[in-house]
Design a protein around this ligand. Structure first.
Ligand code: AMP
Ligand code: MG
Length: 487
């Protein structure tokens, strides 16, 4: 047990029926070395960063259990690329729930810390590159203001892991509002029946939606609230060009946080068909498919929760269907509000959707960079495209004039609406070439400075005063960029 670094663990999840988890112990690793450590997050958690700078390698590598931890692996199922499977934490171990000085309850989880009851044929380990990738991109989403799990630390284990080649091993310490997934409810329905789904729904309600306690229809309200948070989350992803890459139901959190960063990446040139993941040949999780896939996943959640909505199957189905039908409009509402902010529109006009659509038609046709198109508009410039680098191009000048006229039909000045645009259009996203350069330096040269510089830039994504073309321009090879799960 480690000393007093500020750990304050509770274990409410272990109060659920035993089918939801299994005791697990992190594996001991040979030569743990702290390669990334999130000081501001440690402080927010009530931990002492100075102490952890020393003890962190042993703790976040899994060699020493922090005081008060009670490690478990969580059980869950999931639809993976449409097919139902029993899963569970095969390479992750929950140490406990840290209660922060602000009174928040946050899961502290080690990812890559060895085999558990749910490992199946896997080794329970993780490679350094993918763990640093999760660290970089999850912290970038957080800085963008998008709900997400966080990354507290990455420890290199000093042990190799066997993938297609031998890779350096690592453990990521993940911090989450919880790790309850759509797949956890599916697990409950499949293995515990109605009493288990009720227990999990009660727990989720209490932990994430306490305002619904005491409602006359708590489970339907819970489902609607989850649906609402997902609609909002998906809108946030779409508005910055984030592609999750593997939206299986086990990778969708009921808290509404982005979770399980695998083959995710940000889109450069605007194209709804963009896919980066090497295992997503059919494009199921393409950029433009993300909202309907979220809807599909929520339908699986509704099926698992069905008996809680009404004892009569026909009535329960009717209510679930009515709730699910709200999703497209909810998403559209969040998206259009966000798009108005990106375009500096502070009033509502019926033609706003068409105005946005016409911009996207041009962006698609000209392969315009998603992020930088909005940055140019923010800076008051006519957007350029990548094809010939010539400012404007066919059609965009007319669109630009129309947009300026629209901006003129509201009481706010251009300066006022420009300030709103700056807060909603990131100057810096984790560009694929920057992420790759950071990972390459860290994994093959042991040079962490490239990643640290990138993390510094990504921590202030809306800082339009910073002129760093190295970080704001797409890379030459990014159109053919491929990502891997790294499992
Ligand atoms: P993911 O693709 O990371 O969401 O993982 C899907 C499922 O596979 C989860 O149940 C993981 O715990 C499990 N898994 C992934 N990689 C490994 C591994 N190396 N060893 C054991 N289980 C794994
Ligand atoms: Mg997963």
């Amino acid at each position: 047990m480690a000393g007093m670094a500020g750990w304050h663990f509770e274990h409410t999840y272990a109060g659920l029926p035993e089918l939801f988890y299994s005791a697990a112990m992190p594996a001991t690793v040979r030569e743990p070395r702290l390669v990334a450590f999130n000081r501001p997050l440690a402080i927010a958690l009530g931990l002492e960063p100075e102490r952890l700078a020393q003890e962190g390698a042993a703790i976040f590598g899994g060699n020493v259990l922090p005081e008060g931890s009670r490690p478990i692996a969580q059980a869950y199922a999931g639809h993976q690329f449409g097919h139902f499977t029993a899963l569970g934490d095969g390479r992750a171990i929950l140490l406990g729930e840290q209660v922060t000085p602000a009174g928040d309850r946050l899961d502290i989880q080690l990812k890559g810390s060895g085999r558990t009851r749910f490992s199946r044929r896997g080794d329970g380990r993780a490679a350094l590159g993918p763990m640093l990738r999760e660290y970089i991109i999850s912290e970038a989403l957080h800085a963008l203001g998008i709900p997400t799990t966080r990354s507290l630390a990455v420890v290199a284990t000093g042990e190799p892991v066997q993938r297609e080649t031998m890779l350096p091993g690592a453990v990521l310490t993940r911090v989450a509002a919880s790790h309850i997934r759509v797949g956890t409810m599916e697990w409950a329905a499949a293995h515990g029946g109605e009493s288990a789904t009720r227990a999990l729904a009660d727990y989720t309600l209490q932990r994430h939606y306490p305002e619904l306690a005491g409602s006359p229809e708590p489970y339907l309200d819970l489902f609607n609230a989850i649906l609402d948070r997902q609609a909002s989350l998906l809108a946030r992803w779409q508005l910055v060009g984030f592609i999750h890459g593997v939206m299986n139901t086990d990778n969708m959190a009921l808290s509404g946080e982005t979770i399980d960063y695998g083959p995710c990446a940000f889109m450069d040139a605007y194209d709804p068909a963009t896919v980066f993941s090497s295992i997503d040949a059919g494009g199921r999780y393409a950029y433009g498919n993300q909202p309907p896939i979220a809807h599909w996943n929520l339908t699986r959640l509704a099926e698992a929760m069905l008996p809680l909505f009404d004892p009569d199957v026909a009535r329960a189905t009717a209510r679930a269907t009515a709730a699910l039908e709200r999703f497209p409009d909810l998403f559209e509402g969040y998206w259009l509000n966000g798009m108005r902010a990106k375009l500096g529109l502070l009033t509502v006009e019926p033609g706003d959707r068409a105005l946005a659509n016409d911009l996207f038609v041009w962006m698609h046709r000209r392969s315009a960079d998603f992020t930088n198109t909005f940055c140019e508009l923010t800076a008051g410039r006519v957007p350029s495209d990548v094809d010939d680098g010539v400012e404007g191009g066919p059609g965009v000048q007319a669109w630009y004039d129309r947009w300026l006229a629209r901006r003129g039909r509201q009481p706010q000045t251009l300066a006022e609406t420009g300030a709103v645009m700056q807060q909603h259009n990131p100057r810096f996203i984790p560009r694929n070439h920057n992420v790759e350069a950071a990972l390459l330096a860290a994994t093959s040269l042991g040079d962490l400075s490239v990643m640290e510089k990138l993390l510094d830039v990504l921590a202030k994504p809306y800082d339009h005063a910073r002129d760093l073309p190295m970080f704001s321009l797409p890379g030459a090879g990014d159109q053919a960029y491929r990502t891997f799960c790294g499992t």
